[in-house]
Design a protein around this ligand. Sequence first.
Ligand SMILES: NC(=O)c1ccc[n+]([C@@H]2O[C@H](COP(=O)([O-])OP(=O)(O)OC[C@H]3O[C@@H](n4cnc5c(N)ncnc54)[C@H](OP(=O)(O)O)[C@@H]3O)[C@@H](O)[C@H]2O)c1
Length: 234
Amino acid sequence: MPKTVLVTGANRGLGLEFARQLKKAGHTVIGTARHPDDAIELGELLVGDDDRLEQLDVDSDDSVKALAGKLKDGDKPIAIDLLINNGAVGGHKGTLPELDMDGLIEDLRINAVGPMRVTKHLLPNLRAGSTKQIVSISSQLGSITNANGGSSYGYRSSKAALNMLNKHLSVELKDDGFTCMVMHPGWVQTRMGGDQAPLTPPESIAGMLRVIEGAKPETHNGAFLDYKGETLPW
Ligand SMILES: NC(=O)c1ccc[n+]([C@@H]2O[C@H](COP(=O)([O-])OP(=O)(O)OC[C@H]3O[C@@H](n4cnc5c(N)ncnc54)[C@H](OP(=O)(O)O)[C@@H]3O)[C@@H](O)[C@H]2O)c1
């Protein structure tokens, strides 16, 4: 059955590929971007009657509240079946002597607090949806078990925090029939992933959409999975 899907950071990279494949599969897409006027490729995809291209900065309360205000039909929230919290930053780099505390806080704000802000304000829309799925794009770099060095304090800790926030959310929303998952897309060729990554966006997104399509509250709520559906260690 066609769904209505909202994707954050849909103007490029994995977000744009989510929009592309969701449209190809016949779904309605609400694609969001920090700068919608510059989101030319996304705009060209969103030509269905109910598709929308909307402004959204996950780091801004005003922006998220404004979007929630627009996604209404009179007083009633427009139903969203699946929310994909995709937009994020690669974060500030550096070992401890170089660590910039404001940068660390910014990474946590955008990558961990941002998806929670979007989820909170769109919850009425998600409650009105049929499948009630919330997928937040995390990373294997957020796995505490597998933390093995590197200099990405902000990125790693923001994705670990996102994982915990999602786990907690999955417990709070369990009785309402929600499926809340965090997913690792693989290492993918995007601006964030770089040219050396082994996976292309179409491969990663096809895998993630297969997993999302087959996800059920009983088996998938609270899970941390990769794009093939394999469980990752916390
Ligand atoms: N690529 C990989 O190998 C890889 C691996 C693991 C996880 N991930 C995760 O996959 C997701 C997508 O990453 P990507 O590889 O597609 O990266 P990307 O090409 O750098 O795209 C990042 C997207 O996030 C948006 N964004 C940044 N800050 C935002 C904000 N404050 N509000 C809303 N959107 C914001 C960007 O918008 P602007 O264009 O306006 O900056 C852009 O659309 C991220 O969550 C990332 O952490 C990627």
